[in-house]
Ligand binder design. Sequence first.
Ligand code: NAD
Ligand code: MG
Length: 396
Amino acid sequence: MSIRRISILGATGSIGDSALDVIARHPDRFAVAALTAHAQWERLAELCLRHRPDVAVMSNPEAASQLERALTRAGLQTRVLAGEAGLVEAARLPDADTVVAAIVGAAGLHSTLAAALAGKRILLANKEALVIGGAAFMQAVDTGGATLLPIDSEHNAIFQCLPTGYARKPAESGVRRIVLTASGGPFRTRPLAELPTVSADEACAHPNWVMGRKISVDSATMMNKGLEMIEAHWLFGVPRERIEVVVHPESVIHSLVEYVDGSMLAQLGNPDMRTPIAQALAFPDRVDAGVDGLDLVRRGALNFSAPDHARFPCIRLAADALDAGGTAPAVLNAANEIAVAAFLAGRIRYTDIAPACSEALARLPVRPVHALDDALAADADARAVTRAWLKLPLAA
Ligand code: NAD
Ligand code: MG
């Protein structure tokens, strides 16, 4: 068995942490080729000491200099790179076969795309890249001969429930529908009147998962599920009307596939990202992820309900953006990134997030995406429009 050499883009984040945990359990199978982070150079230095990558990248150039000095002091041979160019180089290292795309937001787009064009096995966490890039991103995957393995828990569940070799053609495989489950987040039952004053920490206190702050807010607004509908559409070639969202507060069933004969296949497990990451890292083998099995008897009951669209308007905004096509999903994603960052910084209220996204979609015309640059232009426009509408400073 040859050792898989893995580059982790976004190694200091929540997904990076889970990926490194699984990798460290299997030194006979996995080795770390590259690790990247944004500004936390001390944390990346610790990870370099533990995992000994060939390459380490800080997207912030000042932090890269700090990291380089720290690694030299520690006597490590790791090559330190900086900036977007460094991320792209880490994504296409010739002696790495696998890339974990775990940078948050549009910041991960170029490096994830570079991995696609270089024909890597991509473990995709960075759903925003797919939401922005859509067909152009999938085209790059095909052109580069890359393999896309979803590690977003829902999409990994769907991947596990689809037939081996599934080629984005639901009808040929007898797939009737995809059901995405959603926990409903921390505000599923919170009185609506209290939502305008909820804090960032409350929004990030997810009942079942521990995640980075951006995706935690997305889970609270359920924009995350909206982005995941778009992600599922591109990954599995399933039209929007055949993707259903069901609220399942226990986060035990991670998603389901319904077939034309009426069978529904589901993937279940404890909510721990190491399970989907291990599944994709070892695919088609199975390896220990350090995660216990479910105690079904102790669980007792699982619950399901339809999402409340008045409480969670972002699901519909995302569905509409997917229907509108072209640049609309890129606009939605960019507006959401700006609004969520502003909410996390205490500049706007939680209840300003959905209207900011809706405004950006209303103000910007939908244009076709012939190439990724079209989507990137829409992303830039949406950021500017959203900053202006929210009366935020124009800085990055
Ligand atoms: P996080 O905030 O914990 O980590 C983000 C990582 O990206 C960090 O390593 C950070 O250094 C890096 N980063 C941030 N801004 C950057 C920039 N401008 N340039 C380069 N690098 C930058 O986020 P996370 O929760 O690990 O999520 C990462 C991605 O995975 C997101 O797209 C998220 O939607 C997706 N995802 C996460 C989970 C989860 O459980 N955390 C589950 C499913 C999908
Ligand atoms: Mg998910």
